[in-house]
Design a protein around this ligand. Sequence first.
Ligand code: BTN
Length: 252
Amino acid sequence: MYKIFANTLFTGRQLVFVPECHSTNSLASELASKSVLSEGSVIITSNQTAGRGQRGNTWETAAGMNLTFSILLKPTFLSLKSQFYLTIITSLAVADFLKEQSIEEVKIKWPNDILASKKKICGILIENSVQQETIHQSIVGIGLNINQDNFSSPSATSLAIVAKKTFDLNDALNSLLEKFEKRYLQLRGGKLAELKSEYLENLFGFGKSQSFISNGKEFEGTIEGVDETGELKVSDNGIVSSFKLKEIALKY
Ligand code: BTN
């Protein structure tokens, strides 16, 4: 069903398509443990029946309508303390793709939800395996809503809804893989500062006062940035605190 014509060096060169699976991230991990999958291998399905999301959530997607796939990476060049850069490059690659498709108001909601006009259009789940302080394997799972025109959640959207047309899934995959590899090569080339500043430029609510919930309490704060480990730095009355994923939610 999928055919790679992307102009990439390694991303998508090896493609595993299964008509149905529970989770492409789980399948990628299973396959990588049993066989030799080269860096950039893509595991993709048309019908993901038990997709996994962040914070232990599930990822719901209509069969045959959207992109649900995982990219296997071997980022051994990346220090453990810089693993958040995998989140940065994946978010930027999806944002690059959406902007190229003329999707308006594309933003990254920390850490890696991708929004279009304030609604979630893409979710990312990155699972790293660490051995002796090295990230020897990373599975980058991407769920991008393409042609689904109906969601149970009012805060979800798709390319088809915002652009009012249908998209070719294979073209979208190829284009996204190109964007991904470009960003990954930037990371491999050590362009950390540039990547971080582009991530912040695209970060929803960066530098603006807005409402957050932490520890059951709502407060007004301002996103000041993210630290090296990916924690969100929020200032509240002049005091800057760092938050992990489970510690804070942005009201939007
Ligand atoms: C989230 O926003 O909570 C992250 C959702 C990630 C979904 C993708 S779909 C492909 C890959 N396989 C999974 O089981 N999850 C990711």
